[in-house]
Write a protein that binds this ligand. Structure first.
Ligand code: SF4
Length: 106
């Protein structure tokens, strides 16, 4: 593909547009806050971490599913459906696959 400026770009994956990615990120942040704030009974950072983040095992289970998905961009470890960087996305309990191959963790 010939890009502006005449540079050739190889193996470029197709992701959602930047506005769409921004919308997805904003929606995600709002959902994290809406999910965590009502559950928080103290200001303990350990409690917050447990409410927000998945375990290493849960992260790996999600990544294993992504690794077999046609929307998985292996080189960048991103989802071509939502544009998210999956090594980060799988860390949040509130995250879910855009085509529901894996879901939120309560
Ligand atoms: S988040 Fe869902 S759609 Fe995206 S790569 Fe993973 S399994 Fe596929």
């Amino acid at each position: 593909m010939l890009l502006r400026g005449g540079f050739m770009e190889q193996n470029r994956e197709e992701f959602p547009s930047l506005p769409e990615q921004g919308k997805n990120l904003t929606k995600f942040i709002v959902e994290v806050v809406k999910d965590v704030v009502p559950k928080t009974k103290s200001n303990s950072s350990d409690e917050m971490k447990k409410l927000i983040f998945t375990s290493a095992e849960e992260q790996q289970q999600r990544l294993n599913i992504c690794n077999t998905c046609p929307y998985f961009a292996a080189q960048e470890k991103r989802c071509k459906k939502c544009g998210c960087w999956l090594t980060h996305k799988v860390k949040f309990k509130i995250s879910e696959c855009p085509i529901l191959k894996w879901g939120k963790i309560e």
